[in-house]
Design a binder for this molecule. Structure first.
Ligand code: FAD
Ligand code: NAI
Length: 465
């Protein structure tokens, strides 16, 4: 059977690429090594983490905030097995959705490990058989895997990656998190809300490297107020798992006196690495960069004609929506259209409470590039809806070009920041100015009025503060 496109990997990059290719009339197939479709995102990433963030948030709300709103309930009881079932139902529903979409779009599927034999030829091994699939174009969408700490074995029981941390069957008394990145802070929040003592060990002298400094500082203060402890400029150098509790050795990042901390569970969340194992890239002559990422051109084609790559396996932020947009663009390019992705307008959201969201440039990046900019900042303490909801932590910051007023970046910390960042992403896509956002009518009373006020404040004329 010969195809126009075969996509290796069914994560958000791969399945969206396949659907777009099928929409464009290309005969399409997907190869997936795992039992279920959907990749990291649906099975062990975005979807299950958001289910637990949602459930644990409501649990804490019921415990701490209901009484103040006049809702009398007895102290909520945690049924973790049921919460895990709730999470799994969400995962299963999403995974089934991909299965349905493949059938609806007449996309063939092969279960097994895909290996590129040559341009146009993929070997699929699985279920005890090996077959060769022929195709005009190949899309590598094999995603990423957990980055490991040298000398520390992840057993997914006591020393866990995000996958194990999403599946714990009891609340740890003490959870030690290695890495103050997105996974550490989201999953640290889940287990803290459910009753764990959480301490985060971070190599750098700040949390969330790459995020706007001011936002990161305020976020750390808020998380500390919620009870999460931070140990910055520190590194974990060993874990002794012989005893009942883990004995974790921590040293200053720059070297110095070691200290031992006990923990029930240690979550290793120090980043993710591209997944290229067993793909036959070397033999096929596909070039990788120094971080093992597949190198592509602006059409997402590798150095080998007819072989494309998208998502976590190439450079750029490891985000599901970035993978999806690249999947669409790659399919369009394969079909002879002009598929592009604007990598300057990819939003980034951390789904804690409050949420943290950003798009475009940070102040630090603009300063480093010597770009003259104006900043408009508006706090949620001055927003009517935030006041009434008692969600006044945080602010909106919009950065615009000093000469043209064009929006260059935005950073929000606050309830629903992830939803609000979309309008600023659209503004950046359209090349809009801060004045354009400021003159757009925003519904009252909504948190989004803080976006309008921050845009007004770029010109130092906020109305409500
Ligand atoms: P993946 O989703 O990793 O899919 C790759 C697929 O390829 C997998 O199914 C794999 O089995 C398959 N595969 C690999 N090699 C082969 C082979 N040789 N043959 C056949 N199949 C193969 N991003 C967000 O945007 N928002 C979030 O809220 C978010 N939360 C996250 C939470 C966690 C805990 C984690 C770990 C990640 C999260 N991410 C989130 C990141 C997001 O999951 C990834 O960016 C996204 O899944 C990347 O999509 P992808 O299609 O490139 O790869
Ligand atoms: P990350 O890159 O976000 O953070 C890793 C952190 O670990 C950094 O702060 C880094 O300085 C630190 N670190 C690195 N080595 C260390 C060491 N030896 N000791 C102590 N600290 C160390 O990686 P994370 O959290 O593992 O997430 C991986 C990726 O998954 C993210 O980059 C993101 O793209 C994606 N993701 C996205 C989510 C979202 O969009 N909401 C949620 C979860 C994951």
């Amino acid at each position: 059977m010969a195809y126009d496109v075969v996509v290796i990997g069914s994560g958000p990059g791969g399945y969206i690429c396949a659907i777009r290719a099928a929409q464009l009339g290309l005969k399409t197939a997907v190869v997936e090594k795992d039992k279920t479709f959907g990749g990291t995102c649906l099975n062990v990433g975005c979807i299950p983490s958001k289910a637990l963030l949602h459930a644990s948030y409501l649990y804490e709300e019921a415990e701490k905030d209901f009484a103040g709103m006049g809702i009398g309930v007895s102290k909520p009881k945690l049924d973790l097995a049921q919460m895990q079932k709730f999470k799994q139902e969400g995962v299963d529903g999403n995974v089934k959705g991909v299965d349905y979409l493949f059938k609806k779009n007449k996309i063939d599927t092969f279960q097994g490990v895909g290996k590129i034999l040559a341009p146009g030829k993929i070997e699929v091994s699985g279920g005890g058989k090996t077959q060769t699939v022929e195709t005009k174009a190949i899309v590598i969408a094999t995603g990423s895997d957990v980055a490991r700490l040298k000398g520390i074995e992840i057993d997914e029981k006591r020393v866990v990656s995000s996958t194990g941390a999403l599946a714990l069957s009891s609340v740890p008394k003490k959870l030690l998190v290695v890495g103050a990145g997105v996974i550490g802070l989201e999953l640290g929040s889940v287990w803290r809300r459910l009753g764990a003592e959480v301490e985060v060990i971070e190599f750098l002298d700040r949390i969330l490297p790459g995020m706007d400094n001011e936002i990161a500082r305020q976020f750390q203060r808020i998380l500390q107020k919620q009870g999460i402890k931070f140990r910055l400029s520190s590194k974990v150098t060993g874990i002794d798992s012989k005893g009942k509790t883990l004995k974790v050795t921590i040293e200053p990042a720059a070297g110095g006196k070691a200290e031992t901390v006990e923990a029930d569970i240690t979550l290793v969340s120090i980043g993710r690495v591209p997944y290229t194992e067993g793909l036959g890239l070397k033999e096929a002559g596909v070039k990788l960069d120094d971080k093992n990422r597949v190198i592509v051109d602006e059409k997402f084609q590798t150095n080998v004609k007819g072989i494309y790559a998208i998502g976590d396996v190439i450079a750029g932020p490891m985000l599901a929506h970035k993978a999806e947009d690249e999947g669409v663009a790659a399919a369009e390019n394969i079909a002879g259209k002009a598929g592009i992705v604007n990598h300057d307008a990819i939003p980034n959201v951390i789904y804690t409470f409050p949420e943290v969201a950003s798009v475009g440039k940070t102040e630090e990046e603009l300063k480093a590039a010597g770009v003259a900019y104006k900043a408009g900042k508006f706090p949620f303490t001055a927003n009517g809806r935030a006041k009434v909801n008692k969600t006044t932590d945080g602010f909106v910051k919009i950065l615009a070009d000093a000469a043209t007023d064009r929006v260059l970046g935005a950073h929000i910390i606050g309830a629903d920041a992830g939803t609000m960042i979309t309008e600023i992403t659209l503004a950046i896509e359209f090349g809009a100015s801060a004045e354009d956002i400021a003159r757009t009518c925003h519904p009252h009373p909504t948190l989004s009025e803080a976006v309008k006020e921050a845009a007004l404040e770029v010109d130092k004329r906020a109305l409500s503060m």
